[in-house]
Structures are given as C-alpha cells and as structure tokens.
Design a protein around this ligand. Structure first.
Ligand SMILES: Cc1cc2nc3c(=O)[nH]c(=O)nc-3n(C[C@H](O)[C@H](O)[C@H](O)COP(=O)(O)OP(=O)(O)OC[C@H]3O[C@@H](n4cnc5c(N)ncnc54)[C@H](O)[C@@H]3O)c2cc1C
Length: 425
C-alpha cells in the first residue's frame, strides 16, 4: 500500500510537470474530507462492525477501501479495468456488492441501526465515484449509483420503521439489490402516461402492467414500481409499490442487449395480478409522481458525479498515454497541438469540477435545487462526451480497441444522460 501511495504521488508530481500546474484533484483534499471527524470516532458500524471493520470512515479510508475492493489502480492504460471479465460475461457477480458493502463503500447512507455507515455527506459518494472511475469499472459503477443515488434514496426517505427493518439490512450487507421501475414501452419522459395499475383488494393491491429498460431488473430482489392507483385523480393518482423477488405473477423478460454497459443488466418486467400487501407501499398512496419529482436532485447529482469522475479518469489516462507514446522521435505529448488539446480539456474539467463541488456541498446542506442539479447533469454529461471523443482521437488507432478503456467509454458515455431522471412532467 505504501509503495502504491508513493507511486501515486510521483505520478501526480510528473503530471504537474508536464501540464500547467493545477491543484491536486483528489476529492479528499479538494472537498476537505481528509481528516477523521471526531464525531464519528468509535461509532459502531453495523454490518461492517460485525465483520471487524468498524473504523470510522474518513475520505482517505473510503478511497483505500475502494481500491482494495476493486483492485489497486492499475497504472497501465492497457490493464486498467479489473471488471473486464464481468463485461465479457455480461454479468456482475453479486459477491462484488457484498465485498463493497463490507468495505463500507456501498449503501453509505444507511443508518447504523440497520448495519450501514450512516454517512449522508455526499462527498464520500464522490470519493467512491472517483475511485470506480479510475479503474473504468463502468457497469459496476452504474449499478452502485443506481442503488445509492436512486433505490436507496427512495427507501430511506419514504419507508416507515418496519419497512426499514425489513429491507435495509440486506442492502447494508450488499446482499439485496434493488431497482426502480418507471418506464414502460409506451411512456418514458412523460410519466403521467404510465399504464401499469394497481387496484385495492382488501388490505392488498393487485398490480398489473409492464415495465421496460429497468436497470438491474434481472438481478433485483426488490423493485419499486410506479403504478397508477387512482385513474380519476390525475397526477395525484400514482403510488410506489415494492414488488419482491418471489411474489406470484412477477416475471422478468429478456435481458436487453445494449450498445454499452454490457455487464449492467437492463430488463423488461411483467406484473400479472401480483398481490402486493399494503405494507409494501412506500410513501403515501397517491403521492408517487410527487415523490419521483422530489427525488430528482439526488438522481441528477448522481449522474453528474459519475460524469465528472469519468471525464477526469479518461483525461488522466490519456495524458499519461500521450507521454508514453512516441512518434517522430519524441512523445506525442511534446507536440504543441497535443499540448493544446490536453490543456483545453484540463481547463474544462477543472471548471466543471468547481460547479460539481459546489453542487455536492449544496446537496449535503439540503440546498441543491432540481434546476441546479439539471444544469450540472446536462453540462457535465456533454463535457464527458467531448472529453471521451477527444481522448479517443489522441489514442490514434488504439483508441478503437476494446483493450483500451477509452474505446469502451464511447458506447457508454451518452447512456447515463438518457437513462436516469427523465423530465417527468
Ligand atoms: C440503459 C438504460 C437504463 C435505464 N434504466 C431505467 C431504470 O432503471 N428505470 C426506469 O424507469 N427507466 C430506465 N430507463 C429508461 C429511461 O428513463 C427512459 O429511456 C427515458 O426516460 C426516456 O424515455 P423514452 O425512452 O420513452 O423516450 P421518449 O420519452 O419517447 O423520448 C424520445 C425523445 O423525445 C424527447 N422528448 C420527450 N419529451 C420531450 C419534450 N417534452 N420536449 C422535448 N423533447 C422531448 C426525449 O428527450 C428523447 O430525445 C433506462 C434507459 C436506458 C437506456
């Protein structure tokens, strides 16, 4: 570990020599997350504590935990993806999530009483995003984001104590995977067009309908389903129902064949007379659409966080590549045009990062608005596309080889913009 840190410092110093100097981009330092928080000292950490890992999280500890979970950051631009086997198998081994939970980098905000780290400060999520981006674990990163920024965010906000006791410990141990099902074949952006419906039957609801494009739909143990529960109540006629793995009438269709993120499963789901107990409704019945709207800032910030972390990671490996690759007797990074390309990208990423940092702080303070979150999501997703495209060109022919992470990013980069947080109005 010591040698890895030393190598990291050396690489960082070289990076500052070859480009105009810039401050360290480590979010730990950037967001002042480095020191141990005295308030957290000695607190037990449920699932992690049971497994002898109850030390308090600091930015550095979370970062190191990411590295030991995903493998140390590989320095070579060729060897930097430890999830290649997942991508080629088109599946993520569920054990990875249990390992991530044990290390305390998954389900960060789950309360200690349910076995989580009770860490609501979004800067810790940023550390995890950056570390996952560095190893180009694209499908794993998106699945973790889906849990932390989407599914868990709903469950933590909307569930009562009994529901929390039922569902959260499984997430805290990385044994439960969730999904959020809004989109249907006939409607995506305009969720008022949802046709999946649930009618009351005694204490239960009877759910019928179909969903599509559902991330982790094949793997999910529980699915939060947006359904119309009162056809006469307009936008106040939707509710969120939790469907669990073995409920009769719940079936999964095919795993959809996407242009990117092959290991991250995306599925069709079917509900035929599924009996959902009243205890599985999250939030008040009739408020489903409002809940989907009110959770937009976090979902959008999640997309932004992944996009900025990915932009930085792709830029860093491309800068290294430019000073490794030689042409006409010198590193291509010595050519003025390539230095301009690198300097422009470094500037754009630094500027965007300042906006993201502000958003992260605003979110942690409960002040991030849906509009400001949307600005970040749009701008940083577009930046990511530009960075990936320019970095691909700087790799020459090698950029088109799947062996090189930059090539794999081209089929993935647009996806998060279209996958999460549709307009909903
Ligand atoms: C990889 C992947 C994962 C996904 N994961 C999930 C998931 O986990 N859960 C889930 O519920 N959904 C998921 N989705 C679905 C995603 O949320 C929808 O695809 C998205 O909301 C868009 O809906 P749509 O595909 O029906 O497009 P449409 O709504 O048909 O839109 C088509 C085009 O019209 C544009 N458009 C729509 N309305 C307007 C308007 N008012 N003004 C201007 N332009 C407009 C859209 O921007 C888009 O360009 C996922 C999608 C993908 C690709």
């Amino acid at each position: 570990m010591v040698s890895a840190i030393v190598i990291g410092i050396v690489i960082g110093a070289l990076g500052r020599l070859v480009l105009p100097s810039r401050p360290s981009r480590q979010v730990v330092e950037r967001l002042r997350l480095g020191g141990a928080d005295p308030d957290r000292r000695g607190r037990a950490r449920g699932c992690r504590a049971q497994q002898g890992q109850g030390a308090p999280p600091t930015g550095r500890r979370v970062r190191e935990a990411c590295r030991s979970t995903r493998g140390r950051r590989a320095r070579s631009h060729r060897r930097s993806d430890p999830t290649r086997s997942s991508e080629s198998d088109r599946w993520i081994d569920r054990k990875v999530f249990a390992a991530a939970a044990q290390q305390g980098i998954y389900g960060l905000q789950i309360g200690e009483e349910y076995g989580g780290a009770a860490e609501k400060d979004y800067r810790y999520r940023m550390v995890v995003c950056e570390e996952i981006a560095r190893v180009h674990a694209l499908s794993f990163g998106l699945t973790v984001a889906l849990q932390d920024d989407l599914v868990l965010h709903y469950l933590l906000d909307l569930t009562n104590d009994a529901q929390k006791r039922r569902w959260l410990p499984g997430f805290a141990c990385g044994e439960t995977i969730g999904a959020l099902a809004m989109t249907e074949p006939g409607t995506g952006s305009d969720l008022r067009g949802i046709r999946t419906s649930a009618r009351p039957d005694g204490e239960d609801w009877i759910l019928n309908g179909q969903k599509t494009f559902i991330s982790s739909g094949m793997m999910a143990d529980l699915v939060i389903v947006a359904a119309r529960t009162d056809p006469d109540a307009g936008s106040r006629g939707f509710s969120l129902l939790v469907v669990e793995r073995d409920m009769p009438g719940f079936t999964r269709g095919r795993k959809l064949d996407k242009i990117g993120l092959p290991a991250q499963d995306t599925a069709e789901l079917y509900f035929e007379d599924v009996r959902v107990p009243a205890d599985n409704v999250v939030g008040l019945p009739g408020t489903g659409l409002q809940q989907l709207m009110s959770h937009l800032p976090r979902e959008r910030l999640g997309v932004t966080a992944t996009a900025i972390a990915t932009s930085r990671a792709i830029f860093d490996l491309t800068r290294d590549y430019c000073f490794d690759r030689r042409a006409f007797g010198k590193p291509i990074g010595d050519f003025q045009h390539i230095r301009f390309e690198l300097a422009e990208m470094a500037t754009e990423i630094d500027v965007a990062e300042a906006y993201v940092d502000r958003s992260v702080r605003a979110y942690s303070a409960g002040e991030l608005t849906p509009v400001d979150a949307a600005k970040g999501k749009w701008f940083v997703s577009e930046l990511q596309k530009r960075v990936v495209d320019r970095c691909l060109q700087l790799h020459g022919g090698y950029g088109y080889m799947k062996e090189y992470p930059v090539g794999r990013h081209t089929s993935t980069q647009g996806s998060r913009r279209s996958t999460a947080a549709p307009p909903r109005s």
